[in-house]
Design a protein around this ligand. Structure first.
Ligand code: AMP
Ligand code: MG
Length: 470
């Protein structure tokens, strides 16, 4: 089975005290220690035939059987924990350094060399002996030149100096450098008009020693880190192979932007946001054209995407009759949870389709983006072992001072859009535009999300936790 992994520790089921014997699952093996256990055959047949989507004790009773492990209305933390039962599988590949920009290190990188490799000059000037240069106007004899990449320079003795270029090896005997601007050359003599500074010598291994780890596993190879990998002598880099993540928008009303709209149609936008977020998280986005609200079309399309490493759908996961992603996942997939205590972004589900992890994201454009930020991005990062600071990330947790009251949501983590700005070294947050979950403009007009705990409002002047969207 592709997605289930043994690397994630088993979770303890605490929600129910009912202990039922375990029986095999329908589509594929699952970790056996999560979720409620199925009743025996006799006990199953004795159960009343509830309609689908019953809220009772969080168990969904389905047509033709029981899906015993679905949890409903979970916290964001629990949602992530459940999704991590099915992490993205981590594969690696080796690339030339020049091809590894924006990829993620699969293994930590240590230096193959000392950096610098030898004592050298930080300035163009003269290598000297400090005690020869105590008096301004001292005259020294030039005995040679130290050039980068050239032969090793001669050793100097008292009364002597050696021309030196930035980065060239320090001659033996020298212990300081005088900048060229503070010297005057007269034949083979140099007059020292400025200070001889030891600080202009870059000492061997002052940056890195051989064997020192400088880039941890899970680092995003930015321009600086890729240069550091080169400095450390790595011509080839083992990186995480990009997982292929399918993106499927669902809804009869959706039309490709740029085409003519007919009555009742709208432009499809979610797949563009999701594809871009997926790629920012170091994965390959496999965008499929939107599917209609039809069980047959959804089944065929999901089947065709199940060779990807994960599937993100948007739309069709709420309570409505036409919310067919939820329906097909209930009837033919395996759902781990449905609905999260979040506002906005309450309706998502997570499960597997033919063994492939699937996030059913809400259709409302703001909600689908926000759920990606707070759930899917951490799931990718944790699955693949991204470094918390050096790896790809879309947001940063910060403390902000609210400039106005922001209301929270009873029983739900409230993610209001805020605009964060700095003033006198403090992060201040305000809101603009209305906060409807269909208002994509609000995601552009704002650059952060409140993290208001369930049932709490943010007062004007209060400092609260927030996510700064990067
Ligand atoms: P649903 O979750 O399918 O009920 O959709 C909720 C709202 O989001 C509806 O107004 C849809 O028209 C809208 N919506 C769903 N999917 C998309 C999409 N891919 N792009 C833009 N809007 C969407
Ligand atoms: Mg829909």
């Amino acid at each position: 089975m592709r997605a289930a992994s043994t690397t994630v520790p088993p979770l303890m089921q605490t929600r129910s005290k009912i202990v039922w014997p375990n029986i095999p699952k329908r589509h594929h093996d699952r970790p056996t220690n999560i979720g409620l256990q199925l009743p025996t055959k006799q006990a199953q047949s004795a159960l009343p035939q509830y309609p689908a989507h019953t809220q009772e004790v969080g168990i969904t009773l389905q047509r033709g059987g029981v899906c015993p492990i679905m949890e409903k209305g979970v916290s964001l933390e629990r949602a992530l924990e459940l999704a991590l039962h099915y992490p993205l599988s981590k594969q690696t590949e080796t690339l030339l350094l020049e091809a590894s920009r924006d990829r993620i290190l699969a293994k930590q990188l240590s230096s193959k060399v000392d950096d610098p490799r030898f004592d050298n000059s930080a300035m163009d000037g003269f290598a000297v002996i400090t005690s020869d240069c105590v008096n301004i106007g001292a005259e020294l004899t030039i005995v040679g030149t130290s050039q980068t990449g050239g032969a090793l320079p001669p050793r100097i003795a008292t009364g002597e100096a050696c021309r030196i270029m930035t980065g060239a090896p320090l001659p033996g005997g020298a212990d300081a450098i005088v900048m060229i601007e503070e010297t005057e050359v007269n034949g083979d003599q140099v007059i020292i008009n400025g200070p001889a500074r030891k600080g202009y010598i870059r000492k061997k291994a002052e940056n890195l020693s051989i064997g020192q780890e400088a880039l941890p596993m899970g680092t995003l190879l930015s321009s600086a880190s890729i240069a550091l990998a080169g400095t450390m002598g790595h011509g080839e880099i083992e990186v995480i192979k990009k997982p292929r993540i399918a993106i499927l928008s669902t809804g009869d009303e959706l039309v490709k932007p740029g085409t003519e709209l007919e009555a009742g149609q709208i432009y499809e936008s979610n797949s563009h946001a999701l594809a871009s977020l997926v790629e920012s998280m170091g994965c390959e986005a496999v965008r499929h054209e939107s599917a209609n609200d039809s069980m047959d079309e959804l089944r065929t399309t999901l089947d065709s995407l199940s060779d990807c490493d994960a599937i993100l759908t948007s739309g069709g996961v709420s309570m409505g009759e036409w919310d067919l992603v939820r329906k097909i996942m209930e009837e033919e997939g395996d759902i781990s949870f449905w609905r999260i205590k979040l506002r906005p972004g309450g309706p998502p589900l997570f499960g597997t389709w033919k063994g492939t992890p699937l996030f059913g994201l809400p259709g409302n454009p703001v909600s689908s983006l926000i759920v990606f930020h707070v759930l899917v991005a951490p799931w990718i990062a944790r699955s693949l072992g991204y470094h918390p600071e050096m790896g790809p990330r879309l947001s940063q947790k910060v403390s902000v001072k609210l400039e106005e009251k922001v209301s929270g949501a009873p029983g739900k983590l409230c993610l209001r859009r805020i605009r964060i700005r700095t003033e006198n070294g403090q992060l201040l947050a305000t809101t603009h535009t209305h906060q409807g979950s269909g208002n994509m403009h609000s995601m552009v007009a704002h650059n952060g999300l409140t993290l208001l705990p369930p049932g709490t409002d943010g007062k004007a002047g209060e400092v609260i936790d927030a996510l700064w969207l990067l």
